[in-house]
Design a binder for this molecule. Structure first.
Ligand code: SF4
Ligand code: SF4
Length: 150
């Protein structure tokens, strides 16, 4: 009978649960270079908007919702922000399965409506698209505390 090495099993399980942090990246080019690139060439090098999903949230105006936000933010690769139209959004940083290693879309001709309608001239690469952004429960709770004091 084999002896079970519990220490080894424990460390293997912990390692298998580690998920890498995803950083969203929206490249900036020198103006001269950018002027020479087509929008398609820029998008292929960027592909920033293929790296996440956002879903609208109810505003955090009661304790239950605040606690839900805290729970969301305890998860890796989750952020929450208030957009420029005062809509709260959850941001899930996870790449689309159709994104190819070369930056192209594997289903380009049949990509979803939201991908077709995304405007590259006013996208996340062109500037700040949120009022406030939270990456941790602590930062979010600090913001709520400050807001409720007013
Ligand atoms: S639309 Fe904007 S964010 Fe999306 S890939 Fe193109 S440049 Fe990047
Ligand atoms: S379907 Fe294509 S364009 Fe849309 S997010 Fe996925 S890779 Fe990007």
């Amino acid at each position: 009978m084999h002896k079970i090495n519990q220490k080894k099993i424990l460390s293997t399980n912990i390692e298998s649960k580690q998920v890498p942090e995803i950083e969203l990246y929206f490249p900036k080019f020198k103006r001269k270079i950018e002027n020479e690139l087509t929008q398609e060439e820029i998008c292929v090098q960027c592909h920033g908007c293929c790296m996440y999903v956002t879903v609208p949230l109810d505003p955090p105006d009661n304790e239950d919702t605040i606690q839900m936000y805290v729970w969301y933010l305890y998860h890796k690769n989750i952020e929450i922000y208030l957009d420029l139209y005062d809509q709260w959004q959850i941001l899930m940083k996870t790449p689309c399965e159709n994104l190819l290693p070369n930056g192209y879309c594997a289903i380009y001709e049949n990509r979803p409506k939201i991908c077709r309608e995304y405007d590259p001239t006013s996208c996340s690469r062109t500037g700040k698209d949120y009022k406030v952004l939270f990456k941790s429960p602590e930062a979010f709770l600090k913001y709520i505390k400050k807001k409720t004091k007013k």
